[in-house]
Design a protein around this ligand. Structure first.
Ligand code: ZN
Ligand code: CU1
Length: 180
């Protein structure tokens, strides 16, 4: 099955070169072969792939990244470390799928029990008062109304995935310095 998928992935772009009709006929099949991998469950004792901290020992949403051709997910103690990794130019181009916890689905200090969502469709709250593994945290939500409720309670600003860049992360570092 694995072999067949690999073969299909290689063949489909070639078929596409020869016939537009076949491209449209194949697009559904192509979506199937590139289906997103299931998020993994992060076990106690697993360490953050960026900072080395024990992921489940700290509060706040965590995340994981699947890369092109990679077999295992990269796991992160915080959405902040996840972005710090994924936004690096040498990683950015091979990141395929990013999952983050939906903060609304578990208590802040038990986010390892929360549901994973696709980071690209998530709403984030930055600049709020709750701390994650690395201090100031990006709180991630599947629903805009949950993010708004959270921001009303703990402060902060709502961001889309595409709004988050290196500046967002350095603003969080500044927030950390001013709160200490
Ligand atoms: Zn980390
Ligand atoms: Cu850390």
């Amino acid at each position: 099955m694995k072999l067949m998928i690999n073969t299909l992935t290689k063949i489909i772009p070639f078929i596409g070169l020869f016939s537009l009709a076949i491209i449209s006929g194949c697009s559904q099949e192509q979506q199937e072969v590139t289906a997103a991998p299931e998020p993994v469950i992060i076990q106690n004792g697993e360490e953050c792939d960026l900072c080395g901290m024990y992921i489940n020992r700290f509060p706040g949403p965590k995340g994981q990244v699947f890369e092109r051709g990679g077999l295992t997910a990269k796991r992160f103690c915080s959405t902040r470390d996840l972005f710090a990794y994924a936004l690096q130019p040498e990683h950015q181009h091979r990141v395929e799928h990013i999952y983050v916890h939906d903060v609304a689905t578990a208590p802040w200090d038990e986010q390892e029990k929360a549901q994973y969502i696709d980071a690209k469709t998530a709403i984030f709250v930055t600049g709020h008062s709750l701390k994650g593994a690395m201090g100031p945290a990006l709180a991630s939500f599947s629903k805009q109304e949950d993010a708004e409720k959270f921001a009303a309670e703990f402060g902060g600003e709502l961001l889309k995935f595409s709004d988050i860049d290196i500046d967002t992360l350095s603003a969080m570092s500044h927030q950390a310095m001013h709160h200490h």
